[in-house]
Design a protein around this ligand. Structure first.
Ligand SMILES: [Zn+2]
Ligand SMILES: [Zn+2]
Length: 138
């Protein structure tokens, strides 16, 4: 199985995951806008058991998601990069595609589009959902 490796900007923290993500999503929710400083977060959804931190210890910011369950943001307290967000309700990490050393992924959906800022950019030909596609999450 292919192993994917990523790290933060200062390289204090590294992680890896095995195999392909179960989903690759642009998320336009307000929390993602805040922690990226951008219109969206490009998250690679990786089952919790396939993902691990291999170097350093991330700081964690916990918030309560729409589901009422915790969402744990793992970030580097030195450089500020967010590496992976643990989504308890879905039992997966949403890994920052931008932190992968080698990334060949592209988004297969755009979620929380209703929360996007007016200046948001949406990829062409990618299905767009106001919140989540039917049957996913919540
Ligand atoms: Zn760092
Ligand atoms: Zn989001």
């Amino acid at each position: 199985m292919k192993k994917h490796v990523g790290k933060c900007a200062c390289e204090n923290i590294e992680y890896c995951f095995e195999g392909d993500p179960i989903n690759t999503a642009f998320c336009y929710c307000q929390e993602c806008q805040k922690h990226t400083g951008s219109d969206k977060w490009f998250g690679l959804w990786v089952p919790i058991e396939k993902f691990k931190f291999t170097k350093g210890k991330p700081s964690v910011f916990t918030r309560i998601g729409d589901s009422g369950k915790e969402v744990n943001h793992n970030f580097c307290s030195n450089c500020g990069s967010t590496l992976a967000i643990e989504v308890i309700v879905g039992n997966f990490y949403s890994v920052a595609a931008s932190t992968l050393i080698e990334s060949s992924f592209s988004p297969n959906m755009a979620i929380y589009a209703a929360s996007a800022p007016k200046w948001a950019m949406f990829p062409e030909g990618v299905p767009k959902f106001d919140v989540l596609p039917p049957g996913l999450g919540e």
